[in-house]
Design a protein around this ligand. Sequence first.
Ligand SMILES: Nc1ncnc2c1ncn2[C@@H]1O[C@H](COP(=O)(O)OP(=O)(O)OP(=O)(O)O)[C@@H](O)[C@H]1O
Ligand SMILES: [Mg+2]
Length: 649
Amino acid sequence: MPEHARDRAWTGNCAGAEAEPGQDGPVERRDDTSDERRRRAFRLAVRRYAGQVRHDWRLTVPGLLLPGVGSTLTGFVPALVIAAVLGHFGAGAPPSFGDLLPYLLAFTGAWVGGELVWRFAIHFVNRASTRGASQLSMAAMDALFGKDLSFFHDHFAGSLTKKVTGYSTGYLMVVDSLAFQVAPHLLPIVFASVVLWRYSPWLVVTLVSMIVLTGVAIAPLIVRRQRLVNAREAASNELAGHVADTVSNMDAVRLFSRERDEAAIHARNVERWRRLALRSWDYQNKRIDVVASPLYVATNVLGVVLAITLGGRGGTFDLEAVFITFVYYHRATQVVWEFNHIFRTIESNLSNAAQFTELLLDQPTVVDPPSPAPAAFRDGGVEFRGVSFTYPRMARPLFARLDLRIEPGERVGLVGRSGGGKSTLLRLLLRQADIDGGVIRVGGQDIASVRQADLRSQIAYVPQDPVMFHRTLRDNISVGRLDATEAEIRAAATAAHAAEFIEGLPLGYDTLVGERGVKLSGGQRQRVAIARALLRRAPILVLDEATSSLDSESEGLIQRALLAVMADRTAIVIAHRLSTVQAMDRLVVLDDGRVIEDGSHDQLLALDGLYATLWRKQSGGFLGDVRLGVRAAEPSGVPPLTVRGAPHG
Ligand SMILES: Nc1ncnc2c1ncn2[C@@H]1O[C@H](COP(=O)(O)OP(=O)(O)OP(=O)(O)O)[C@@H](O)[C@H]1O
Ligand SMILES: [Mg+2]
C-alpha cells in the first residue's frame, strides 16, 4: 500500500478506534439504557451508514474497488514477475539485459500503474467520506432541531455535541477502514487464489481455510471483548462528564472551595478508567492475540511446506512456486492479523455512531401535524379550554381541565406563588410541550393544528431566564427577525432601554456577549431579551418575569415603554413584583395549577384572597418588616450562624 494510504489508514485508526477519555469521549454519564436499546441503536447506525454508502454509490463503489486493484498491482503483480524471472532463469546461466528487459518493464509498469490507480482510489475515497460525513452531520443537526425542548433539558449540551460529531466523523473512519484496510486485501486474495491455483489447488484451499479458521476462532473472543470495551467507554464518559460539569460550574467550585473534592472525584474516575482500559487492552494482548498469532504463523509455515513438498514432487525443485507461495501467503494472511484491528475500528466507530442513533429511537412528541392547517389566526386572542398537563415523572397533573380566556388586545398579569404553573402555562401556549387533554387556541385556531413555526411567529416571548447566543449584541437582538434594519434594531434596543448600556460599550452593538450571555448582567440580559421580543412584532407579547432583575427605576422606564408597545397587542405578563402588573387590564392568580382569582387589581383587593395577601406583604415592604417578622417567628430549618472564634451561647 502506498505511504499516503498507509498514513491515512493509520491516522484513522488512532482517532477512531479508541476515543481518548477526557478529550474525546462523549460528555455524559452513562445513560441507564437497556442492552436491547443499545443493540437497536447499533443496528440503526449500521443502516444509516449503509444507506449513505448506497446513496453515494458513484463515489463509494470506485472508492472501495480501486484500492483492491491498486494493491494487487503494487503488491502482487510485481512478485509474479519476479517469480517468472526465477522460473525462467533460476537454474541456467545469468540472463542478458535484453532477456530481462520485458520483465523489468512489466515489473515497473505494474507498480507505476498500481500507484496511479491508488491516486484515483484515494480521490474517490476522500470525496465519498467527506460527502457522507457532511450529509450525516446535517441530518444529525436536523434530527436535533426536530427534538422536543424537554429533550435538551434531559441531556448535557456537551454530550449532544460530542454525539453529533461522533456520528459524522465515525463515518469517515469506517469508510477509511473499508477503503484502506478491507478493500486492499479482498481483491488481492482472489487474485492470489487464481495464481496459486495454477501451482496447486491445495495452496488455495489451505490459505482460505486457515483465514476462515482464524476468523472463526477469534470472532467470539472479540465479541466478548466488547463487554470490556463498553465498560471502559462508560468509565470514560463518566470521567469526561465530571470534567465538563466541574468546568461549567467553576464559579460554585471556587465559592465553596470544592477544588480538592472535585480533584478527588476526578482521581477516582481516572483510576477506574485506567483499570478498565487496561483490562480491555490486556484481553486483546493475552487472549485474542495469543490465539491469532500462532494461527498466523502456522498458515505461513504450512504454505511454504506445501509449496516445497508439491514443488519437489515433479523431480525438479520449483523455485517459482515456493517464492510466490511465501510472498502471497505472507501478504494475504496480513488480513488475519489486521482483522482484529479492522474489526475494532469499525466496531468502535459504529458504537460511537450508535450513541447518536440511540437519541433517534425516541420520537419527538411535539411535531407538526402531517397536514398542517394554513395559518389563519383571526386575532391575538388566547384560549385554554379544559387543558390538562402533567410533566413526565411528575406524580400528579399540574393542570387539570384548566380554562382561561384572554381577549384580543387584553393585557393580563399572571401572578401567584412560585411553582404554581405560570411559566408552564406559557410554555404550553408556545407549544414547547404538548398537553394531555383539552385545547389551546390562538386567534381561534387550535395550536396543535398549525405548524409550530406559524404559531411561534404570532408570539414574542421573553423567558424567565433569557440566555444569549455567543454572538454580538446586534445578532442577539435581531435573532427573531434576521431582515431587521440597523435602525429597527436600534429602535428596539432604545425602547427596551438596552441602548443606554450598549452604546456605552467600546464595541457597542458589535460586543460579544460570552457563552449564554455571561458577560452581561442579569438586567442587561433581560433588556436585550425585551429588545429581541419587541423587534419580532408579533401580535401576542408574553413576558415571564421579564423585568425581575431590574432596579425599580429601570423597571419603571421599561414598563412605560412596554405599555406603549402593548397598546395594540395581547399581552401576558408574569411577575412576582405585583407593582409590575398592577396596571394590567386584568390579573389572573394561578395557584397549584388552578385559576383561583381573576379580576382587576381593585377587584382582587376587594376579594381579599391570595392576591390581596401577597399585595399587602409586598406593599408592606418586600425586604421590610413582614419578611423579617416571618423569619424571626418561624423556624427555618437553617442552622444558626455561628461566627468562628466567637463564644457560643
Ligand atoms: N421541565 C420540568 N420537568 C418537570 N417538572 C417541571 C418542569 N418545569 C417545571 N416543573 C414543575 O412544574 C411546576 C410549575 O412550574 P412553573 O415553572 O410553571 O412554576 P412558576 O409558577 O412559573 O414558578 P416561578 O414563579 O417560581 O417561576 C413546579 O412544581 C415545577 O417543579
Ligand atoms: Mg416561572
